[in-house]
Design a binder for this molecule. Structure first.
Ligand SMILES: Cc1cc2nc3c(=O)[nH]c(=O)nc-3n(C[C@H](O)[C@H](O)[C@H](O)COP(=O)(O)O)c2cc1C
Length: 141
């Protein structure tokens, strides 16, 4: 079973493209050891990252992410377990936010994040919206 998690966070300092590529490089290296896959996007001091893998490995990374003072997690969501990975070829891919807008699905993700807390949607509605978006991103790349 694949455990998966998505969150948004606010960076403490602005990340430039070089910082993002370095972050991607470090994450890819670590994630390949722990068999974690996923993607990361960033815009206006906000990160959105999706990670998937074995439950223990993902829970450990979630702990690390919470401790990392380069950012602060704003919103997080554990998705229902899945049978297969969505991003099996990417130990961590940085996707430019503008590319996600071109696909038209990043806006949906934004909408989902803004609706998680207001109880307009149940957990299962939120996860099916997030999953639809993730599938589109995974298909496109
Ligand atoms: C936005 C963001 C995304 C990150 N993504 C990952 C990741 O996918 N994998 C990873 O190992 N570390 C990631 N990190 C770094 C972790 O927070 C943490 O520094 C790292 O897991 C510690 O690994 P180490 O104990 O091997 O140094 C990320 C950090 C930030 C700020």
């Amino acid at each position: 079973m694949i455990y998966s998690y998505i969150y948004s966070s606010k960076s403490k300092n602005a990340f430039e493209i070089d910082d993002l590529l370095q972050l991607q490089y470090d994450a890819e290296k670590n994630n390949s050891v722990h068999n974690i896959t996923g993607y990361l996007t960033y815009k206006n001091d906000i990160f959105i990252q999706y990670i998937e893998g074995d439950e223990d490995q993902i829970k450990q990374l979630i702990k690390n992410l919470h401790k990392d003072d380069r950012h602060q997690i704003i919103n997080e969501f554990v998705l229902p377990n899945r049978k297969e990975r969505l991003f099996k070829n990417w130990n961590m891919r940085y996707i430019e936010y503008n590319n996600l807008i071109e696909i038209g699905f990043h806006e949906l993700l934004d909408a989902v994040f803004f609706t998680i807390d207001n109880r307009l949607f149940s957990n299962s509605e939120v996860s099916s919206k997030i999953n639809r978006m993730l599938l589109k991103v995974a298909e496109y790349y």
